[in-house]
Ligand binder design. Structure first.
Ligand code: CO
Ligand code: CO
Ligand code: CO
Length: 317
């Protein structure tokens, strides 16, 4: 994808505040000196069996990129691929789950587009607003910052364990609850602080998104692996080999930017590459403010720090 994007002509427009060249979560376009438009789109194949839950997770995931920019979602368009002879009750549930989650965020669904396709795919294009001076890009992390994450890791491994029939009901429920949780409150909490950089942890996994932040910010991100929190059951399923295909792709792609100090078990290492659906916000903010953010938003936890650019963009300790 990077190679293909490199061949697309750059836009030179003074109103483009964030374009596609920094691999950020969303594009940002300045409308007035006080107002910018945040735009993003995301859709994927079913990750859970229940259609209502799938629709709601897809919506939470699509909204997340607006929150990752420090924005406020305002309107959404659904994007749907559905079999021509597919079950209409299931489809109604997918759309209902999505619409309920969009409304929970204070955003409205304005319309959408659907195509016939044998494989179901669903998500939203979301528009949001942000003040041009308060955009949280993935390229602003500074040496000396603390790294804070707002959700646990492991949704890809648990979804794979579910498909293999080895996941317990309570572990699946915990992962579903996490994916259904909007990043809205995490975003509102982070906006109380002098956040330098933010991105959400999604398909490329924790290391993949940390890599983008490190490269964009010209720093090294040090991840304290013992501080990273995992969803219940995730470590055990990873040990049993319930690894999604995307995890191996993520490792093949990003492991060359990682340097590891000391010992790391294979299951923990794998989970650091696990593709997340509707994952949390990865936030870089001044070291002295991290503890306050943890107090204000108890799901947030410190799991690393930002160092001056070293030999590799990512350091695992
Ligand atoms: Co994102
Ligand atoms: Co996205
Ligand atoms: Co951001």
């Amino acid at each position: 994808m990077d190679r293909v994007l490199a061949a697309i002509p750059r836009v030179t427009n003074a109103n483009v505040l964030v374009g596609f060249d920094t691999a950020d979560d969303a594009g940002v376009y300045k409308l007035t000196p006080e107002l910018a438009l945040v735009q993003t789109v995301d859709f994927f194949t079913p990750i859970v069996d229940d259609p209502y839950t799938y629709g709601a997770i897809a919506a939470a995931n699509s909204l997340s990129d607006v929150y990752a920019m420090g924005g406020k979602p305002i309107s959404a368009l659904s994007v749907l691929a559905y079999p021509a002879k597919g079950d209409l009750d299931d489809l109604e549930q997918i759309l209902k789950g999505g619409a309920d989650k969009i409304h929970e965020s204070g955003c409205v669904v304005l319309g959408g587009h659907s195509v016939a396709d044998d494989e179901v795919k669903f998500g939203y294009a979301v528009a949001g607003t942000v003040h041009p001076e308060h955009i949280k890009t993935n390229s602003g992390a500074r040496a000396g910052d603390a790294l804070v994450l707002t959700k646990r890791i492991g949704t890809g491994v648990i979804a794979t364990a579910l498909k293999r029939g080895i996941a317990t009901e309570s572990d699946v429920q915990a992962a579903v609850d996490s994916m259904l949780t909007l990043n809205r409150h995490a975003c509102e909490a982070m906006l109380q602080f002098d956040v330098h950089g933010c991105t959400d942890v999604t398909g490329f996994g924790l290391i993949g998104h940390a890599r983008e932040m490190a490269l964009g910010s010209n720093v090294t991100l040090e991840i304290e692996t013992s501080a990273v929190r995992f969803l219940p059951g995730a470590v055990g399923y990873a040990r049993k080999g319930a690894l999604p295909g995307g995890l191996n792709n993520n490792r093949d792609f990003a492991s060359c930017v990682v340097e590891t100090q000391g010992k790391l078990t294979p299951e923990i290492e794998n989970l650091l590459y696990d593709p997340q659906t509707s994952g949390g916000l990865l936030i870089a903010l001044p070291d002295g403010e991290a503890a306050q953010l943890e107090r204000m938003f108890p799901d947030a936890y410190r799991m690393g720090r930002v160092l001056p650019k070293g030999s590799k963009p990512i350091r695992l300790v």
